[in-house]
Design a protein around this ligand. Structure first.
Ligand SMILES: NC(=O)c1ccc[n+]([C@@H]2O[C@H](COP(=O)([O-])OP(=O)(O)OC[C@H]3O[C@@H](n4cnc5c(N)ncnc54)[C@H](OP(=O)(O)O)[C@@H]3O)[C@@H](O)[C@H]2O)c1
Length: 514
């Protein structure tokens, strides 16, 4: 059954990490927006759990300014209604006593609100606490028989699901360990590995663009596409987050998580239909088909960098407070990935992310091959002209949401002169639709039992497998000399340009001439 049609079932949303930044800044404002949109069932309850003691009212008062900050025209009656359904429980969720007290509170709220035993857990704590908390949830008996496909009456069974925030592991091993811990407590159908990046309109519109049109699918393969660039680059530096970032770097922070999701939607086969099972199966096949990068040649397949000083006070990444001496953590990474499958064999995908670069941009660039033959090559008027420009499709995700297609056209006038034209379609065209926080629709999906936009266990693990050569000792050669190897405001280290240039390719901005 298409899960879009499934009802949003009331539940108790239990947020571990209630005192934290994510809860106040994103999660609770997102639930207000869902209530305002009429999507949150009236008997849904939110139970925040963290260690600091406070009452329900104190927590509501703490959250209100964040809801107002997020929604300049806060609807007072909707907020009052949502606030009345917000509760707080002070507990250390990693202890048996703490979790048993949480279980009693859930039971009370469930009987008051008639949420029929449905519980949606949200792990919004430091990732080191994910496993201890999941083990406590399990030990406290909070996960009863889930809503299995084989239930006698699936509409009448309670469910318990869990949303897990990024980072999902620090490497292949820790991700597998976390998956095993989750799997001991929850069925895979009850585990929602969130990536709020996926709720971005344009990422979903990639699917519609590819599969609701007849034009693209016949040319969406290695026969017609030369290469694909997926970039998420920004102008800001690491700021105050040096201690966190120095343990993380661009590959873990952006590429393994967010950019792999975009990659999956660009490269996947057409799913049978838009249901979680079919979409997720196709996404898994994409990451599964990535060729392992040869460990003795990693430097040929990537460019890594750290931004240097800017001459106006920023000492550069390596000299920033909180960065370990001699750190080789990358603030810029460009990876070249290849697929071993029929659709993409021989067509590289370049994934790039970096800080303190020339522009803030997130985009997918699909570079087609040139036409098989140039019919105009012998015209005298073209004798000194360069060869035909291949078609290029650009999905711009940020700052503008649009789609642009470059194609060759005849310049009006005598004879044949050919110039590239750029056709641009704005995708953020519905100004009446309110812009909502990405978390809201995803939490509603979890309440509906729709896993389409959440990552599966195998997808996460194979994404880690694909990036490990760029993170472990095999990447030492690519990391040597990384310090200050690109200037703030540039497009990254020289090795990034060379990564494409050695195959006769250029990054989109070089092509645009910016
Ligand atoms: N912030 C973001 O925008 C963002 C974006 C993407 C992903 N994430 C991820 O989301 C998670 C939460 O991020 P955050 O920025 O909100 O972290 P945070 O500000 O550090 O908040 C985590 C909260 O967890 C509570 N906590 C700590 N130990 C606990 C325990 N044993 N039992 C119950 N509660 C405990 C703490 O409150 P008490 O001191 O009161 O216990 C703390 O305020 C992290 O894994 C982060 O990587 C965050």
């Amino acid at each position: 059954m298409p899960t879009q049609n499934l009802p949003v079932e009331p539940c108790i949303l239990v947020i571990f990490g209630a005192s934290g930044d994510l809860t106040a800044r994103k999660l609770v404002p997102a639930m207000y927006e869902m209530a305002k949109a009429g999507l949150l069932p009236s008997n849904t309850r939110i139970l925040g759990v963290s260690r600091r003691p406070k009452s329900d009212d104190e927590w509501r008062a703490e959250l209100e300014p964040w809801a107002r900050k997020h929604n300049a025209d806060l609807d007072e009656s909707v907020w009052r209604d949502v606030a009345s359904r917000i509760h707080y429980h002070a507990a250390d969720a990693t202890t048996a006593d703490g979790m048993e007290a949480v279980a009693r509170r859930i039971e009370d709220l469930d009987s008051q609100a008639n949420t029929r035993g449905n519980v949606l857990f949200f792990l919004s704590v430091a990732s080191s606490l994910y496993e201890p908390i999941v083990e406590r949830i399990d030990a406290a008996g909070l996960v009863v028989e889930g809503k299995r496909w084989c239930s006698l009456d699936p509409t009448n069974a309670s469910w318990q699901r869990i949303i897990v925030e990024k980072p999902f592991g620090e490497d292949d091993q820790t991700a597998r360990a976390l998956n095993r811990t989750l799997g001991r407590a929850f069925e895979e159908e009850a585990i929602y590995r969130i990536d709020h990046y996926l709720a971005k309109e344009i990422v979903q519109s990639l699917l519609v663009f590819r599969f609701a049109n007849v034009l693209w699918e016949p040319v969406w393969n290695q026969q017609f596409i030369d290469h694909v660039q997926i970039s998420a680059v920004e102008t800001v530096g690491v700021g105050q987050r040096t201690a966190f970032y120095d343990q993380t770097g661009a590959i873990r922070d952006m590429i393994q998580s967010h950019l792999f999701q975009v990659l999956a939607f660009v490269a996947m086969e057409p799913p049978t239909d838009y249901t979680p099972h079919h979409v997720r199966n196709e996404k898994v096949k994409v990451t599964d088909a990535i060729c392992p990068t040869p460990l003795d040649r990693v430097a040929e397949f990537c460019a890594l960098g750290q931004y240097g000083p800017d001459g106006t006070g920023d000492p550069g990444y390596a000299a920033s407070e909180g960065v370990a001496a001699g750190s080789t953590t990358e603030t810029f990474a460009a990876l070249q990935l290849h697929f071993e499958n029929w659709r993409w064999a021989g067509t590289p995908f370049y994934l790039r992310s970096g800080k303190r670069l020339a522009e803030k941009r997130t985009e997918v660039v699909v570079q087609f091959k040139p036409p098989a033959a140039n019919l105009f090559r012998k015209l005298p008027i073209l004798a000194d002209a360069k060869s035909l420009e291949p078609n290029r499709l650009v999905f711009s995700i940020a700052p503008d949401e649009n789609l642009s297609l470059r194609f060759e056209a005849k310049r009006p006038g005598f004879g044949i002169r050919i110039d590239p034209l750029e056709m641009v379609a704005a995708l953020d065209r519905n100004g009446d639709e309110p812009v909502v926080e990405a978390y809201g629709p995803l939490i509603i999906d979890a309440m509906r039992g729709d896993q389409t936009l959440f990552k599966s266990r195998i997808e996460v693990e194979s994404a880690w497998d694909a990036v490990m050569p760029f993170l472990n000792d095999a990447s030492a050669a690519a990391r040597s000399g990384i310090r200050d190897n690109y200037a703030p405001g540039s497009w990254g280290p020289e090795s990034a340009r060379a990564l494409l240039a050695r195959h006769g390719r250029r990054w989109y901005e070089e092509d645009r001439g910016t």
